[in-house]
Design a protein around this ligand. Structure first.
Ligand SMILES: *[C@@H]1O[C@H](CO)[C@@H](O)[C@H](O)[C@H]1NC(C)=O
Ligand SMILES: *[C@@H]1O[C@H](CO)[C@@H](O)[C@H](O)[C@H]1NC(C)=O
Ligand SMILES: *[C@@H]1O[C@H](CO)[C@@H](O)[C@H](O)[C@H]1NC(C)=O
Ligand SMILES: *[C@@H]1O[C@H](CO)[C@@H](O)[C@H](O)[C@H]1NC(C)=O
Ligand SMILES: *[C@@H]1O[C@H](CO)[C@@H](O)[C@H](O)[C@H]1NC(C)=O
Ligand SMILES: *[C@@H]1O[C@H](CO)[C@@H](O)[C@H](O)[C@H]1NC(C)=O
Ligand SMILES: *[C@@H]1O[C@H](CO)[C@@H](O)[C@H](O)[C@H]1NC(C)=O
Ligand SMILES: *[C@@H]1O[C@H](CO)[C@@H](O)[C@H](O)[C@H]1NC(C)=O
Ligand SMILES: *[C@@H]1O[C@H](CO)[C@@H](O)[C@H](O)[C@H]1NC(C)=O
Ligand SMILES: *[C@@H]1O[C@H](CO)[C@@H](O)[C@H](O)[C@H]1NC(C)=O
Ligand SMILES: *[C@@H]1O[C@H](CO)[C@@H](O)[C@H](O)[C@H]1NC(C)=O
Ligand SMILES: *[C@@H]1O[C@H](CO)[C@@H](O)[C@H](O)[C@H]1NC(C)=O
Length: 452
């Protein structure tokens, strides 16, 4: 049986290459489809289609076309970034050998034709950065070998057709910056074993975050920010052991963040800012997630101390805890985060001293600690930090004099120290900071401000 089957396969494959009639008919279909595509282009400032895509010259030589060697059929169409304007001709759906279609970064308008769903060999569809409108066609559910779908930065509306989540070959789905609505199917990941990246940020999606995301076991990037999701982060998401980037900022999410169930030691970025999360952040956060580089918890209702393990996140670039209800002190060894560029703790109720170890944060750019209950002296170490630009430590309970060492800084541009209990004279050295653009010292007990 096996032998006969192989023999037949061999015959038919051979025939496709050798039997003249089939390729000729099919190639002319391709040419017809490409000319139909060209006919819908209204602006072509580089004259690519007008001068190069000309009838009578072999279309396999046209700019942007790659043909299969054997069948002389179009297998890739790439007209990315050619400043083309127009609509997409439905005849493109006849390019049945197409594996990759890239018309990204142009000015294509109108709807995406349903006929694209006929492209059964398609692996990559790149139509991002255009002005496409209307819905994503249900027919995309038939693209059952597709691996990458890029539609970001268009004006697509309506729901995401659930059928696309049945395509097990998917690796990347990027629909960011559209106006997609509706909700995600509860069984979204039942048939997406290869999905690595799913980005629907900046849309109008609502409903709950499906717990079945945990079945997308290969997912590394999950971006759901700037939508209208409600409910909580399902604890099941914690089962995605390879998850590296989790973005759910600016939604209507509430409840506790299920940190306890987060089994992904690989976590690199967590953004949950601008929701209604309550509860606490566990003290062992950075023992569990030592690779964290970006942690943005801003604008929630988190009520706890700064995790004592924070110094173990030695790759941290941005730590933003602003506008929550953090209390307690800053851990002494916070300076161990030597890669940190942005430290934002503003508008909380944090108390105690700023630890001197901050002098070890040689990459610190922004220090935002305003509107807390910090006390003690302003750390002189700040003057040593080579690229520190913004120092916002106003509206606290700092006492003592302004350390003259701040004057050693060659980088501070904004120095906000108002509304503190600082006393004495303004050290003249402060005016040696050549980069200084804004200095705010009002509402202090500095002698220059103690007007009689
Ligand atoms: C179209 O461009 C290709 C690649 O630059 C070139 O080989 C071909 O001759 C051009 N055809 C015409 C008709 O200009
Ligand atoms: C299309 O061409 C551009 C520029 O040559 C290239 O950067 C891009 O990767 C190509 N697209 C695909 C899908 O290969
Ligand atoms: C190609 O596509 C168009 C429109 O989708 C259709 O009318 C036509 O019959 C198709 N087939 C060929 C061989 O061009
Ligand atoms: C995508 O759209 C957003 C919002 O309109 C815009 O801010 C962003 O610059 C766009 N991206 C690109 C690469 O043009
Ligand atoms: C997904 O595929 C399954 C099995 O083939 C089918 O029962 C189900 O209806 C499909 N779902 C969608 C949304 O197409
Ligand atoms: C969507 O999110 C993924 C994962 O975070 C990211 O790699 C990708 O660049 C994002 N897409 C856009 C258009 O920014
Ligand atoms: C996924 O997580 C949930 C809740 O944390 C747990 O009850 C369940 O057993 C986990 N499932 C798998 C397959 O690990
Ligand atoms: C996740 O971690 C919890 C608690 O440590 C454990 O009980 C559970 O089995 C883990 N789940 C997976 C999928 O590793
Ligand atoms: C989400 O929250 C915003 C502001 O809190 C509110 O205006 C909006 O109605 C909420 N949307 C939903 C879907 O709950
Ligand atoms: C400082 O970071 C290193 C990793 O760079 C880690 O091994 C060490 O335990 C950390 N020390 C403290 C006190 O957190
Ligand atoms: C801040 O914490 C102090 C004690 O540490 C407490 O007395 C005060 O009421 C808190 N302020 C706010 C606004 O929660
Ligand atoms: C700064 O780092 C050095 C070397 O890692 C360490 O010996 C020193 O104790 C740290 N200073 C502070 C104030 O933490």
């Amino acid at each position: 049986m096996g032998k006969i089957k192989n023999f037949l396969l061999f015959l038919s494959a051979n025939c496709l290459g050798a039997c003249a009639a089939i390729p000729i008919i099919s190639s002319s279909t391709d040419e017809y489809a490409l000319l139909a595509f060209k006919a819908k282009i209204t602006q072509d400032p580089y004259n690519i289609l007008r001068k190069n895509w000309t009838k009578g010259t072999p279309f396999c030589n046209w700019i942007g076309i790659t043909c299969s060697q054997r069948h002389q059929r179009v297998k890739a169409l790439n007209l990315s970034s050619k400043r083309l304007k127009g609509t997409i001709a439905k005849e493109v759906g006849n390019l049945s050998f197409l594996i990759s279609l890239d018309i990204s970064n142009n000015n294509f308008q109108g709807h995406i034709p349903d006929e694209l769903g006929h492209l059964r060999r398609l692996r990559g569809l790149y139509m991002q950065l255009n002005a496409l409108s209307g819905q994503i066609s249900e027919s995309f559910g038939f693209l059952n070998g597709i691996e990458e779908l890029f539609l970001y930065n268009n004006s697509l509306t309506g729901p995401i057709p659930p059928a696309i989540f049945n395509i097990s070959s998917f690796q990347v789905i990027d629909l960011m910056f559209n106006f997609l609505g509706g909700s995600l199917p509860t069984d979204i990941c039942n048939n997406l074993p290869n999905l690595e990246s799913f980005n629907v940020s900046h849309n109008r999606l609502g409903g709950q975050i499906p717990a079945s995301f945990s079945r997308c076991s290969e997912i590394k990037f999950l971006a759901l920010s700037y939508n209208e999701f409600t409910g909580g982060i399902p604890a099941e998401i914690g089962n995605i052991t390879g998850l590296q980037y989790l973005y759910v900022a600016k939604n209507n999410l509430t409840g506790e963040v299920p940190f306890r169930y987060f089994n992904f030691s690989s976590l690199v970025e967590l953004q949950i800012a601008g929701n209604g999360f309550s509860g606490s952040v566990p003290h062992d956060l950075c023992f569990k997630h030592p690779e964290l580089e970006y942690l943005n918890l801003e604008l929630n209702q988190l009520h706890c101390q700064i995790p004592s393990s924070i110094s173990h996140c030695s790759a941290m670039d941005t730590l933003d805890l602003g506008q929550n209800k953090f209390t307690g002190n800053v851990p002494d060894n916070i300076g161990n985060m030597s890669m940190l560029r942005n430290l934002v703790i503003g508008r909380n109720n944090v108390t105690g001293f700023i630890p001197p170890s901050i002098g070890n944060m040689s990459r610190l750019l922004i220090l935002m600690m305003a509107w807390n209950n910090f006390s003690g002296r302003i750390p002189p170490e700040l003057g040593k930090l080579p690229i520190l630009e913004g120092v916002f430590i106003h509206t606290n309970q700092f006492t003592g004099e302004i350390p003259p060492e701040l004057g050693q800084s060659s980088s501070i541009g904004r120095l906000y120290m108002q509304s503190n209990k600082i006393i004495g004279e303004i050290p003249p050295s402060i005016f040696n900071i050549s980069t200084l653009r804004k200095l705010s010292l009002s509402e202090t007990q500095l002698s220059s401000f103690r007007k009689s």
